[in-house]
Structure formats: structure tokens, C-alpha cells
Design a protein around this ligand. Structure first.
Ligand code: F6P
Length: 376
């Protein structure tokens, strides 16, 4: 009997998902494997909502944004069912068996890697692909979706320049990225932002204002501030990491109640809302005397057709995934390693986040060209 592969996409959508589904599907079909899609992430697997992925379904999807399978952020072990949160892991395992799957491919970001690992621990054969516009999945050089989103954010920064220039304004542009700064830093450098604020570097609004005033003194009466949605000022940064560390310690001790409290407290920080961005804009207006406006790019950054680089990357990891399936490798993520891929055990991926290291060449390049990163 030929191998039977299930596929689902979970977490926030990301350009390149359809290219990855197509690559897995076409490679698998050409090797006489069978393939079945599940709709809307782990929820669709739990509810056994499937989609046939034959040659027709896989055709003409390479260039399409989003995911033809649909997605959700539902977790197998904590799924809203009616008014309750329920552990639906058993139902998921039953449907895996009912469909006679040999392996399940889960395509997603950090959260999906965690959920997929849990299913692997329950005995399912799991392979994951790393995708997210945030580029923050550990153990892989890059994730597909990132390049497209960086291009969109760069284009926005380009466009904001002419209006900021014409009105002699500050424009604070909020860029996604969850708690990592890859997207803001990459697009900020490419889009020539004068200030780039990322979660990895605590910022001081007075330092940002001084950089803008310095530009004014040199005769430039506008500034573009690219701020990551998770960026924090010095005070918030200290408090955020205090709560984070307390949560980790409570988790390690099995103290669920403290961990829950810390989680609730952390919910008010950074990427969860745009309060910081709005406050920063106001502070800069007060400190510089220039008018300031806010642009929140939001989900616009995740939409539309994937870039050539993302199509290529998603096709590479998708095709490689089928190679690993043929070799009988499971419990792994197909990671990008330069021009190659490598199989990384899921246990080495989960619970980690790839943040921007302070010695990264992008950080050095930004400082070298005189971009203010908010700290000095
Ligand atoms: O993880 C991708 C991402 O776009 C983050 O950058 C952002 O914080 C989050 O998803 C938004 O989530 P949602 O689509 O659920 O609002």
C-alpha cells in the first residue's frame, strides 16, 4: 500500500503556504503516495473535515496568498468546544487512525511546532515545516512568508517617506513580528527608516526624540520611525522580562496558578495591542514639536501573493519534506540550512524563539548607516 500523507496549516497565515502544499502534494503524487488535506488547522483534523488534494486542487495555487486549506490557532489540547476549553487530543489521534495516515505534515510557526510535538509524543508520525512572517522559529535559518512581508513593509516605508517629507512630520509605522524584531529591522533598513525599534533592544523615547531633533538641526524636518509591534521602552522591557522569568520559574516548578497570573499580566505588553506605538507617537510630538502620525500595517503584511524568494523556499522545504517521509524520518522539522535543508528533532525546536542577536550583521549595518535603534 502506498504511503498516505495528511497535511494541515495552522497558526497565522503566511505567504508561501500554498506553494508548500503544492510542493508536498506534487512531489508525493509523483512518487505514488496518497495525500489528504485537513481544513482549518488542528480543528479540521479534530472534526475530520478533509479536502482532496489531487492534481487539480494543487494546480494554479503557487502564486496565491493565504492557504487553500484554511487555518486556525486552535490547539489540540486546549480547543474551544461550545463554551468550554477541551483537550481534543484523543479525537485528533482517532481521526489520524481513521484516515489511515502514515504521517501528518503540520505547517506552522512556533506554536504549531509545539502542538505538533505534543501529537508526536502521543505516538503520531509528525513532520513540520516552519512558516511565519515573523521569522522567529528556532533552529531554521529562515521561514517562508518572511521575505514577502518584509517586502510589503519596505514598500510601505518607501511610500510613507514622501508624505512625511511633504508635511514635515514624523511617521511612526508599526510593523508585525510578535516578540521578535526581524521584520521591523529588515524592512526598516531596506526602507531607510531613520529610527528602528525592536523588542530585543529596550528603547528610550528621549533618545529617539534626540535623533529626530538632530535631523531637524541638520535641516531635515521629517523622520520615519519603524517600530516593531513588540518593541518596549526601558521600563516596560524590565517589567516584561521580570514577568517572563517568573512565569518560566513557576512553570518549571509546576506552579500553574502563578504561571497563569504571569501570563495574564504579560497580555498587556507589546504585540497584543498598539498602545505603545500610539503613546510613542504622542511622546515624540511633545518632545520634538513636530507633528506625528501613526500607520499600523497590521494584517496587510500577511496578505497577497508570495514573493519569488518565498515561493522558491516553500517549494524547496515542501519537496524535501517528502524525501524525509520516504526515509521514514518523523518527529522532525524540515529546517533551512543555507542552500540545504536539515531534519531537526522537534524536541530541539519547541519552547525556543529565534530573536535578533545583538551581534547580528543587520544590527551593525543599521548602526553603521546612522539609524537610531532607540538605545543610544
Ligand atoms: O505570527 C504572525 C503574526 O502576524 C504576528 O506578527 C502577529 O503578532 C500575529 O500573527 C497576529 O495574529 P492574528 O492574526 O491572530 O491577529
Amino acid at each position: 500500500m502506498s504511503l498516505h500523507i495528511g497535511i494541515l496549516t495552522a497558526g497565522g497565515d503566511s505567504p508561501g503556504l500554498n506553494a508548500a502544499i503544492r510542493a508536498i502534494g506534487k512531489t508525493a503524487l509523483s512518487r505514488n503516495m496518497r495525500i489528504l488535506g485537513f481544513r482549518d488547522g488542528f480543528r479540521g483534523l479534530m472534526e475530520n473535515r478533509t479536502m482532496r488534494l489531487d492534481r487539480e486542487a494543487l494546480s494554479s495555487i503557487l502564486t496565491r496568498g493565504g492557504t487553500i486549506l484554511g487555518t486556525s490557532r486552535d490547539k489540540p489540547h486546549k480547543m474551544p468546544v461550545g463554551n468550554e476549553m477541551m483537550d481534543m487530543t484523543d479525537a485528533i489521534c482517532d481521526n489520524y487512525e481513521r484516515n489511515n495516515l502514515d504521517v501528518l505534515v503540520c505547517i506552522g510557526g512556533g506554536g504549531t511546532q509545539k502542538n505538533a510535538f505534543r501529537l508526536h509524543q502521543k505516538g503520531l508520525n509528525i513532520i513540520t515545516l516552519p512558516k511565519t512572517i515573523d521569522n522567529d522559529v528556532a533552529m531554521t535559518d529562515i521561514t517562508f512568508g518572511f521575505d514577502t512581508a518584509m517586502g510589503i513593509a519596505t514598500d510601505a516605508l518607501d511610500r510613507l517617506h514622501s508624505t512625511a517629507h511633504s508635511h514635515h512630520r514624523i511617521i511612526v509605522c508599526e510593523i508585525m513580528g510578535h516578540n521578535s524584531g526581524w521584520l521591523a529591522l529588515g524592512s526598516g533598513i531596506a526602507g531607510g527608516a531613520d529610527v528602528i525599534l525592536i523588542p530585543e533592544i529596550a528603547y528610550d523615547p528621549a533618545v529617539v526624540a534626540a535623533a529626530i531633533k538632530h535631523r531637524q538641526q541638520c535641516g531635515t524636518n521629517f523622520s520615519i520611525v519603524a517600530v516593531a509591534e513588540g518593541a518596549l521602552d526601558k521600563g516596560q522591557y524590565k517589567e516584561y522580562w521580570r514577568l517572563k522569568n517568573k512565569k518560566a520559574a513557576a512553570k518549571a516548578k509546576g506552579d500553574k496558578s502563578t504561571a497563569k497570573k504571569m501570563n495574564e499580566a504579560l497580555a498587556s505588553f507589546g504585540h497584543k495591542n498598539s498602545n505603545n506605538t500610539l503613546r510613542l507617537s504622542q511622546e515624540l510630538e511633545e518632545m520634538t514639536g513636530l507633528e506625528s502620525r501613526v500607520t499600523i500595517l497590521g494584517h496587510y503584511q500577511r496578505g497577497g501573493t508570495p514573493s519569488a524568494a518565498d515561493r522558491l523556499l516553500a517549494t524547496r522545504v515542501g519537496a524535501a519534506c517528502v524525501d524525509y517521509i520516504e526515509k521514514g524520518k518523523t518527529g522532525i522539522m524540515v529546517a533551512v540550512d543555507g542552500g540545504n535543508t536539515k531534519a531537526v528533532p522537534l524536541k530541539d525546536v519547541v519552547g525556543k524563539k529565534k530573536l535578533v542577536p545583538m551581534d547580528h550583521p543587520w544590527v551593525a549595518a543599521a548602526r553603521d548607516v546612522g539609524t537610531c535603534l532607540g538605545d543610544k
